[in-house]
Design a protein. Structure first.
Ligand SMILES: *[C@@H]1O[C@H](CO)[C@@H](O)[C@H](O)[C@H]1NC(C)=O
Ligand SMILES: *[C@@H]1O[C@H](CO)[C@@H](O)[C@H](O)[C@H]1NC(C)=O
Ligand SMILES: *[C@@H]1O[C@H](CO)[C@@H](O)[C@H](O)[C@H]1NC(C)=O
Ligand SMILES: *[C@@H]1O[C@H](CO)[C@@H](O)[C@H](O)[C@H]1NC(C)=O
Length: 498
């Protein structure tokens, strides 16, 4: 089978070198690494343009350049690639337009009237079946890297309802660097095939004329069955869709996608990125007859074409940790963190961020003893601090965050009992005349360049009640903000200097 189809591919390649008048113009569209060539009929394998094909094939279908090596996917051998649409009109007649570069199975349709395909950001080709319908293909970048979208619209431009509305698309893959010997996967998301998928097979030589679902090719994939890594063989893919009846003026729109990626995993991520529902993936072959053959999943280009909006379930983006956030948007792809917290804003979520915040555990006050005797209320006692340690990032700031005390702030009239200054602070060595003495509690905050921070444990300074008398702290707790001025000054209780 492999030898026979390879031979067929060669013969068709020779036949196809004859110029096809309708394909004299082409529209190449490029992404960073992938190029697609579209001709006047809206099909691939258009004449190479502009310039001369460095690979000497002379056609451009779907090519990729990964790691500097240009690879073709459909241009070599039979240029078989095409599409067709058909519908039954009120008189019971089947009306059709179809097109395929393999002339043997798609004779030029007399009803085909392809529009111009100007090069640009999009390539548009519109064909019409008079008094029945038009088919418009708009090729454009999909927004997903290295994937093109084709918006296909079938419009009932006649005066009667059309039934049995069908669209078929076929592509013979010849994947470099082992053309005519590829592996194919025909797959869809979920357990049930898309509602509108009527028939499919891995036969890239099938006619592009829609019709009998049993005629999509020799190797038909039964309903609700997938073909996974079938090969190595000169394989391709054909998909036939059947849509609901179209009333006059009514239209249906769906998407086709063409693209490539360096690996199988990346190709599937790209399919998910465009919300593909059903697809064909094509791989080159590695190995030999003694070692056995395998699909080249990782070491070359993986090509695909796919459909969306055909009644299936869009392939979701990979979500390894199952937290509902796709891997490529997840700040921690492998640790479930639906909240997506990223405190330091470095793109790596807290749940998986190796960054450690600064450490405040060893901070001590400098310039002030833990217990002050004899208290002198006229002079603020200044202090700094030391002992903070950086985490994974340098320290950006280290400041006194708060100073609190366990006595009301009005005991030294009008003046604040404490101050916060650059790199430190000050406390007033004073206490209420009754009670057990005053306790100040200083908290230091250290922030790093990534915005992560620590706060010190409370650093206590006591104003003793009596010399060397280790009195217990007040039972009130350090609840009063020492940095605000007192509030109960009056003529009866005048402010003192301080
Ligand atoms: C369908 O064709 C009609 C003309 O027959 C046009 O007015 C209408 O805009 C078309 N609809 C779409 C979706 O292209
Ligand atoms: C098959 O591949 C193996 C591993 O690359 C190699 O050692 C061997 O020579 C190859 N055999 C043939 C017949 O090409
Ligand atoms: C392809 O690469 C992926 C990810 O690196 C790896 O898990 C997988 O085993 C590789 N497959 C083959 C066939 O080499
Ligand atoms: C590209 O090159 C890298 C590094 O040599 C290699 O790991 C990777 O498989 C190559 N990818 C392709 C698509 O050739």
């Amino acid at each position: 089978m492999a030898a026979a189809t390879a031979l067929l591919a060669c013969l068709l390649a020779l036949a196809a070198t004859a110029p096809a008048p309708a394909a004299a113009q082409s529209c190449p569209l490029r992404t960073d690494d992938v190029t697609i060539g579209v001709d006047l009929g809206g099909q691939l394998n258009a004449p190479y343009s502009p310039g001369t094909d460095p690979l000497g094939v002379g056609r451009i279908g779907l090519r990729a350049i990964f790691n500097g090596t240009e690879l073709t996917s459909t241009e070599k051998g039979c240029p078989c690639e095409g599409w067709g649409a058909s519908a039954v009109d009120a008189s019971g007649a089947t009306r059709a337009v179809y097109y395929n570069n393999a002339n043997s199975n798609a004779p030029a349709s007399p009803t085909l009237a392809p529009g111009p395909v100007p090069p640009g950001d999009t390539c548009t080709a519109e064909s019409s079946v008079p008094d029945a319908f038009t088919v418009k293909h708009v090729y454009e970048p999909s927004g997903e890297p290295n994937v093109f979208r084709v918006v296909v619209t079938i419009n009932n431009t006649g005066t009667t309802t059309l039934s049995q509305v069908r669209y078929r698309r076929v592509m013979d893959f010849d994947i470099d660097p082992t053309p005519y010997r590829e592996y194919i996967t025909l797959d869809y998301n979920g357990n049930d095939q898309p509602e509108m998928l009527e028939a499919w097979s891995d036969n890239g030589f099938a006619s592009s004329e829609p019709g009998d679902p049993a005629a999509v090719g020799t190797v038909i994939v039964p309903p609700n069955t997938k073909a996974l890594l079938s090969g190595p063989e000169d394989h391709g893919a054909v998909f036939q869709f059947k849509f609901a009846d179209l009333a006059p003026g009514e239209s249906i729109t769906f998407n086709t996608f063409y693209g490539a990626a360096p690996t199988d995993e990346q190709a599937k991520a790209a399919l998910a990125g465009v919300g593909a529902e059903v697809w064909a993936l094509a791989y080159s072959t590695i190995g030999n007859s003694s070692t056995g053959f395998q699909a080249n999943l990782n070491g070359s280009a993986v090509f695909f074409f796919a459909f969306g909006g055909v009644g299936g379930v869009p392939l979701p983006l990979p979500d390894s940790d199952g937290d509902g956030i796709p891997d490529r948007e997840d700040v921690c792809p492998f640790v479930a963190d639906p909240e997506q917290v990223d405190s330091d804003g470095d793109g790596i979520g807290d749940a998986c961020d190796a960054d450690t915040p600064p450490n405040c555990d060893g901070i001590q006050l400098v310039g002030v003893a833990p217990e002050i005797w004899i208290p002198n209320p006229h002079k603020l006692q200044r202090f700094t601090f030391s002992g903070q340690k950086p985490g994974s990032n340098p320290i950006a700031s280290a400041v006194v965050d708060s100073i609190h005390q366990d006595e009301k702030v009005d005991t030294y009239c009008c003046k604040p009992d404490a101050e916060i200054t650059a790199g430190g602070g000050a406390i007033r060595p004073w206490k209420s005349l009754k009670g057990e003495g005053r306790a100040y509690s200083v908290v230091v905050k250290v922030t790093d360049t990534a915005g992560r921070y620590c706060v010190s444990p409370p650093l206590i300074v006591r104003i003793a009640k009596k010399k060397s008398k280790h009195v217990p702290f007040s039972k009130q707790g350090v609840t009063f903000d020492s940095t605000v001025p007192g509030t109960s000054c009056s003529k009866k209780k005048p402010c003192k200097k301080g």
